[in-house]
Design a binder for this molecule. Structure first.
Ligand code: G6P
Length: 613
């Protein structure tokens, strides 16, 4: 939530900042702003998207080799020009951009008001920059020492960048709880700062991921990293693996559509090199290193939020069926505040696309403090969750930019499936011929997903028919109950149509009351142990005149007779069917949203990386 980017070096900062902000816009798009230094310090900010800011600056002076930019997801204060970042200090000499929440800002503000400070905005961020100025006014501290002293008074989460009119040779950044990446430019004295590596990759591959409690200071062309207690750090320089094409739309109208279509490849990338069906071997460092522990785990806790939580629900079915381990799936936000019972022989797997979700991080911290082993299943390389985990596996889906998650979900399910198979093998809970069959089946999934994507034209037709519906119901059983939840979430997120996902059999305990001839009901009815039962559920909907859109296995004849539309997908093992059945539901949401004129990639009120609780 909130994206920040900054530059210092020989190039013009403005084009780097604007382009960087566009890449970070998935983190929030309530307002955007920049500060540029060229002798003086100029701050421009505007409610709305980065493009609105850019348009408003056509005739402005945007010269300068030092600058910073911010794209906002509002927490404190409505989205307007005044609450947009950067925020200035009382004397206008300092400016800050911030991602996170200063929890004790009210107390700090009261003190500052007593000392004569006046505030323009309703934000917590403005309080922070006034506090730094206040420390400087009342001490002889240098800017960087004043930043440290001020941060010591702050409770909350932040990634910040600070510019000072009087110290143009300085760029100061700090992080606690919100991500911050430093890019080391190819030219002398050139540095980039950003919430993630996407604004940086075009200019350099060398990055440092700041740790919590660290401050990065660029001073006269030299970078140093210190702790908040002023202890010098020797940061590890990472080589970025991301490439630029992954950050472009590549001819697709939207990132979401591109990402849906990337799934044959992203699923392949998520298992490539990790399974060897012939030998029934697994090549995953986390599994290898924690072999003994995994063999003895008594319980698995899967933790996530949003779509990642849905992947966790699929994981529950996978681990219970394959490895015969009891599993609990937890919303990170509930888990962290529930005083949960956690044992030291529990394995906790935190699932997250961004690797930065504040609630998931807090839940992991809690699990770690209780002695549990914590794995991460994450997409963004170098993000906080993998760094906080004991071990884990990247999903390797590549950058996901559409706010509604698509390819990250199928990659998460793939990685969880491999882990479940590997643990099943370790625990001796699955026959090797079944294991081998499943591994070969997993290898066949990308081609089957490719085939499912060919259903697009038919799905456009269905979308046109139901795009004006006010409600949708999604039903599924077993492995496809989470698929129904995910289908409904996708529709809600991007088309703003109310949608509910339900276990098909639960429908009769409430949602059935909603069914009439206006209600489209999407039913996942592919071959499974519950196939006949799902057919009974379809009959129940039909009897109430609901409209049935059914996802079925190719060649199905029974459902065809009852449904208004059938979407035929390739057959697979039931346990891997979420990887295929999700595809038409993603496409359905996408096309409905496009037909309704919605901003598919940046749906209202949402953000992709939720760094506040
Ligand atoms: C936000 C996003 C969702 C995502 C959820 C969890 O709500 O809009 O798409 O599923 O956060 O994010 P994570 O990065 O932890 O998977």
């Amino acid at each position: 939530m909130c994206g920040i980017v900054a530059y210092i070096g020989p190039k013009q900062a403005y084009p780097i900042l604007i382009k960087g902000l566009k890449r970070l816009e998935y983190r929030g798009y309530d307002s955007a702003g920049i500060a540029l230094m060229n002798g003086d310090m100029r701050v421009y900010k505007k409610q709305g998207k980065v493009a609105d800011l850019e348009n408003s600056l056509i005739n402005e002076d945007v010269e300068g080799n030092i600058g910073m930019g911010h794209t906002r997801w509002a927490t404190h204060g409505v989205p307007n020009n005044v609450n947009a970042h950067p925020h200035k200090s009382q004397n206008g000499e300092l400016a800050v951009i911030h991602n996170g929440i200063i929890e004790n800002y009210m107390t700090l503000k009261e003190g500052l008001v007593l000392r004569g400070h006046t505030f323009e905005s309703d934000t917590d961020t403005e309080v922070l920059i006034h506090l730094i100025e206040d420390v400087m006014n009342h001490t002889n501290l240098s800017l960087q020492d004043a930043v440290r002293a001020a941060l010591a008074q702050v409770v909350g989460a932040y990634a910040i960048v600070i510019l000072s009119k009087n110290h143009p040779e300085h760029l100061i950044a700090a992080r606690k709880g919100s991500p911050l990446v430093v890019g080391i430019g190819e030219e002398e004295g050139e540095f980039f700062l950003a919430s993630d590596a996407t604004p940086i990759v075009e200019y350099t591959r060398q990055v440092i991921y700041l740790n919590d409690g660290e401050i990065a200071i660029v001073d006269n062309g030299e970078l140093s990293v210190r702790t908040i207690d002023n202890i010098i750090q020797t940061p590890y320089i990472h080589e970025l693996e991301m490439n630029l094409e992954q950050l472009e739309k590549g001819g697709y109208e939207h990132f979401m559509l591109k990402e849906i279509y990337e799934q044959p490849k992203s699923i392949l990338d998520s298992f490539r090199g990790r399974i060897d069906p012939k030998e029934t071997e697994f090549h995953m460092r986390s599994i290898f290193e924690y072999e003994e522990k995994l063999r003895n785990i008594k319980r698995l806790l899967l933790i996530g939020c949003g779509t990642s939580w849905h992947a966790g629900l699929v994981g529950e079915y996978l681990f219970e069926e394959y490895a015969r381990i009891p599993v609990e799936v937890e919303y990170a936000s509930e888990f962290r505040y529930r005083n949960p019972v956690i044992y030291s022989d529990d394995l906790v797997i935190a699932i997250s696309q961004s690797g930065e979700t504040a609630d998931t991080l807090a839940a992991m911290e809690l699990a770690k403090s209780s002695g549990a082993t914590v794995f991460g299943v994450c997409n963004v390389v170098g993000s906080s969750i993998p760094r906080m985990s004991h071990a884990g596996a990247y999903t390797h889906a590549g950058p996901e930019i559409g706010v509604a998650s698509t390819k990250a979900f199928t990659a998460q399910v793939t990685v969880l499936a491999i882990m479940a198979m590997a643990v099943a093998k370790l625990k001796g809970n699955m026959r090797s011929d079944r294991l081998r069959t499943l591994m070969y089946e997993l290898e066949s999934i990308p081609a089957k997903v490719e085939k499912s994507l060919k259903l697009n034209d038919q799905i456009v037709e269905i979308a046109a028919k139901y795009k004006d519906a006010r409600n949708f119901l999604y039903l599924g059983r077993g492995y496809n109950f989470p698929v129904a939840l995910e289908g409904a979430l996708k529709l809600k997120e991007i088309s703003y149509i109310h949608a509910e996902g339900y276990p098909a059999a639960e429908m009769k305990h409430g949602p059935i009351a909603l069914i009439d001839e206006e209600m489209p009901v999407v039913v996942v009815a592919t071959n499974s142990a519950h196939y006949e039962k799902v057919i009974s559920n379809i009959q129940e909907v039909k009897a109430r005149k609901g409209k049935i859109i059914a996802v079925v296995t190719e060649g199905d004849t029974k459902v065809k007779e009852m449904a208004d539309y059938v979407i035929e997908v390739p057959e697979t093992d039931e346990s891997l069917s979420p990887l295929i059945n999700t595809i038409p539901l993603q496409l359905l949401s996408y096309h409905i949203a496009v037909m309704r004129g919605c901003n598919v990639d940046q749906p209202r009120n949402l953000a992709k990386s939720v760094t506040v609780e």
